[in-house]
Design a protein around this ligand. Structure first.
Ligand code: M6R
Length: 604
């Protein structure tokens, strides 16, 4: 889950490493560090905590060099301390690593028995020692690196610097992403195209098992069998993407406001507004007898909304499962099913493993992803894009609504392909779907109305979210958003489930957020709300003007524009996100980089 970068350059390297790491901070921010070749010798600068701490260290002790490697860490083995910060160094070698070396313990014991001294508790440090030991035995750097790779198991992307090798950085990947960037008289490696965005837009994606040696002009790439190979170069758009907050206080705030565009751009990939039709390029849903959606976290809640729509509109049996359970459950999926991974990053370890599990068993696969050059995008049979743009805030917002928009469009396409609706009904649904960006914008403009309930929620120890139908996954998403950025305990429930246990939690200290658009289920949700009020519960009702007229006395109202139930998940997602955001800001929490989390979870 960490981010790595390596540069063989002609310009001063320290600032460039920092700028690239800033673009990788979404992957972890427990510590950061760089190593560079200064007059042929490796020098390191490291700091626990966020990148700005490393910035301060470099300001006090500059590094004058043009070749170096860098790392931003999400801790797996060893606490987030300075000693555990990458790069790790042993003898002539410095290493940065993303992933987990599973057999590090026996390797470390053997290396210690040979008299080697370890400075950290990390799994990574063994890699530096292994390479250094191979160098000491007389191998050249590539031979030493390859010999070390042969001894380790697990998932990794690595970047390696060797003392005395003034224009060499080596890299390798197995299970974790790594790309090569081509510059003019300089070369780069990094976790993803975004990391290299300020350096180049000419990118080659390494395949699993590849290792690479870059110098000023070339990248020598070898596959897992050590055969020299070429990986095609792509001109990527992510590289030039601006990753700036603009006038917003936080990326999350900006990304909430980006949503009309994110949804609009995403819909453009599927919907033809002139003909009122929807395309699902690469997949004929009429030929599919079951849809299996696999995802983690927020993406799984988008998938749950998708299930309601695929089953209701298209009559397509659909399951949704969190990837970490799916991958180890021995699911009884048969050919004829389509497995669809839903993921913002396209790199989430469990989702990727589940996708590969399906592919290995001959099941057709699709990846609905926001990162179009990600591993899932490249490995799935079909890629369904979302066009939310880079999402930097750890709490997913615009990626979620873009996923819901794409799934809604695909459900309409499936309904038509499966003969459940005709062209007239398809055009009617498309017309409704295309209203979503405007209604999302209207909802965001009303954000001040949320302030009234923010203080109440911010003081609470526990918060309950209730919803029915597609509002149930939104209740789960609301609770997740509040938990992850404001550290308030929150749970989402299907409103009908209230009486089966959760109602015991209701007291005057627990705000209960009821998500209740005026739809076929409104009366039932309102009944559940009355049950809560009868027991002294404090209800905050998110609803439209019509719903508000039915609200019992004493209920706080968060008003959203009236909309068709088809797009209610897109519109009602906005107050859910804004409540979490405003509560976190009110509490002074670190909105974009909440504790213990990382944007992209590339370990299981
Ligand atoms: O990149 P992915 O969409 O695969 O990520 C899945 C989850 O890790 C992610 O949605 C996570 O739950 C977010 N932090 C929630 O805001």
């Amino acid at each position: 889950m960490c981010g790595i970068i390596g540069i063989v350059g002609v310009e001063p390297v320290a600032g460039r490493l920092i700028d690239s790491l800033r673009r990788l901070e979404y992957r972890g921010y427990d510590s950061a560090g760089v190593a560079a070749l200064v007059d042929g010798r490796i020098e390191r600068r490291r700091a626990a905590g966020k990148l700005r701490n490393l910035d301060a260290v470099l300001a006090a002790e500059p590094l004058v060099a043009t070749v170096g490697i860098g790392h931003t860490r999400w801790a797996t083995h060893g606490a987030p301390t300075l000693a555990n910060a990458h790069p790790h160094k042993a003898g002539r070698v410095a290493v940065v690593h993303n992933g987990i070396i599973e057999n590090f313990a026996p390797l470390k014991a053997a290396l210690i028995a040979q008299g080697r001294h370890f400075e950290s508790q990390t799994d990574t440090e063994v890699v530096a020692h292994l390479i250094d030991r191979e160098l000491a035995s007389g191998k050249d750097p590539i031979g030493a690196f390859k010999a070390a790779l042969d001894q380790i198991t697990g998932a990794y992307a690595l970047a390696v610097l060797v003392e005395g090798e003034d224009s060499l950085v080596m890299g390798a990947r197995r299970g974790s992403p790594l790309v090569v960037g081509y510059g003019a008289g300089e070369m780069f490696i990094g976790t993803d195209a975004l990391a290299l965005g300020l350096l180049t837009n000419r990118i080659a994606f390494l395949e699993d098992g590849d290792f690479v040696a870059i110098d000023h002009d070339t990248a020598r790439i070898f596959d897992a069998d050590s055969h020299a190979v070429e990986r095609p170069m792509h001109i990527v758009s992510a590289a030039s993407a601006l990753v700036e907050k603009g006038n917003y206080r936080h990326f999350m705030e900006k990304e909430i406001h980006d949503q009309p565009d994110a949804v609009q751009h995403t819909l453009s990939a599927y919907v033809d507004p002139i003909t009122g039709s929807v395309a699902s390029p690469g997949v004929d849903f009429a030929a599919i007898d079951r849809l299996q959606i696999i995802a983690c976290g927020t993406a799984s809640y988008a998938g749950m909304i998708g299930r309601y729509l695929f089953e209701r509109l298209a009559g397509l049996p659909t399951d949704v499962e969190i990837a970490s359970e799916f991958r180890y459950r021995e699911p009884a999926l048969l050919p004829g099913a389509l497995a669809m991974a839903v993921s913002q990053s396209g790199e989430t370890a469990d989702t990727l493993a589940a996708l590969r599990w399906c592919k290995a068993r001959g099941i057709a696969t699709a990846a609905l992803v926001n990162s179009h050059e990600s591993t899932m995008a490249r490995e799935a049979d079909v890629m369904f894009p979302t066009h939310a743009g880079p999402e930097i805030g750890v709490a997913s917002t615009k990626a979620f609504t873009a996923q819901v928009a794409a799934l809604t469009a695909l459900a309409i396409a499936a309904a038509r392909q499966r003969g459940r609706i005709d062209a007239v009904e398809e055009a009617r649904l498309v017309g409704i779907l295309l209203e979503a960006p405007r209604l999302i914008a209207d909802t965001i403009r009303g954000e001040d109305t949320i302030s009234a309930v923010v203080h109440d929620i911010a003081r609470a120890r526990d918060v309950l979210y209730l919803g029915r139908g597609t509002m149930y996954p939104l209740a789960l998403e609301g609770a997740l958003k509040l938990k992850e950025i404001s550290y308030i305990h929150a749970e989402g429930y299907a409103a009908g489930e209230l009486k089966h246990g959760p109602i015991a939690l209701v007291d005057e200290a627990t705000p209960i957020i009821v998500i209740a658009p005026t739809d076929a289920l409104f009366d039932k949700t309102a009944s559940n709300m009355s049950e809560v009020i009868a027991r002294g519960g404090r209800v905050i009702m998110i609803t439209d003007a019509e719903g508000a007229t039915h609200a019992p006395d004493g209920v706080s109202i968060v008003l959203v524009p009236a909309c068709d139930p088809l797009i209610a998940p897109l519109v009602f997602a906005i107050p859910i996100q804004l409540i979490a955001y405003q509560v976190a800001v009110f509490k002074g929490a670190d909105v974009d980089q909440p504790r213990n989390l990382a944007k992209s979870v590339t370990v299981e």
